[in-house]
Ligand binder design. Sequence first.
Ligand code: ATP
Ligand code: MG
Length: 345
Amino acid sequence: MADERAKRIAERIAPLRVTPGSRVVLAKDFDPGYKADFVTKKDAVELLQQGVEVLSEYQERLAAQDTWGVLVVLQALDAAGKDGTIRHVTSGINPQGVSVHSFKVPSSEELDHDYLWRFAKNLPRRGEIGIFNRSYYEEVLVVRVHPENLTRQRLPKAARGRDVWKRRYRDINDWERYLGDNGFKIVKLFLNLSKEEQRTRFLRRIDLPDHNWKFSAADVHERGSWDAYQKAFSGMLSATSTEWAPWYVIPADHKWFARLCAAAVLANALFEIDPRFPKVTDEARKALRDTKVELEAEAPKGAASDPFADEGARTDKKARKKAARGARKATKRTNEAAATEADDG
Ligand code: ATP
Ligand code: MG
């Protein structure tokens, strides 16, 4: 069942994956308005809820296994919905198991180091899902579109030659490979927004008083460099989608669809890791049994020696019944979905 679900999700997100080695022209290859016809907005809410539950379950396993960490890299144009995506996708996850870092214009301390320094400092731990809201990819995006950012980095001459972007792509690919080899899986999401939808969202921020706080004149100014950004994004996607850390281009004109896709890509990564709860060793099990005997012997007069054992037996029975009911419902849903897909031809 879990394998079926993993297979279905992998198939659904396949069209969003940038094939390593391919040459991407964003405007031509990816439609920001795409919403797969297998899902309606109404279904998406329920599917996202199911996705959130899967993420919660797998994050718990990830933490228990304590071997792998996951880094989610989120890049987008302004108003593409990064914040809402993070909020929805992490909504069911134990807050102790997730970290979010936003990266802004580098501070003077950050500029005193190599450009990956501030990102390395904020990587997730094993067992954790870390989210970068903007990331080291800004180093081949905003820094490329506005080269004065590069001047501020005070690089030695050899490092700021014409091949600087190629070198940065190489640095990043190498760094991501190193992280992957050492137990950190990287999930890269680019929220792809259309120019027209961005215009509408900016106007909404102006027109709705309770959205005014989100409006930024600087964002509108950046919109003037739209073509340069599209080019920089295309270059980034072509050069840094690798087998070990592929990019997913998330259609972002429909927020509900973008959130569903983001959750699906993250779920897929967790399925690939397939974290397991650690096995209790025979020795540890014996220690548990010995301690149980000691605690039972301490029961005061009249009290059950292990109230939880009785309670546990009752709950177990209830849980088994509930699981059986859930399985019956899931089978019914799958059959109905198969029938609908068959009807749709
Ligand atoms: P929000 O607007 O939702 O709070 P945001 O990510 O847009 O989120 P801002 O403070 O508005 O946050 O913008 C951060 C700015 O920092 C962006 O314009 C981004 O391009 C810029 N930035 C990030 N990294 C770098 C970098 N390495 N060099 C220069 N500018 C950078
Ligand atoms: Mg902003």
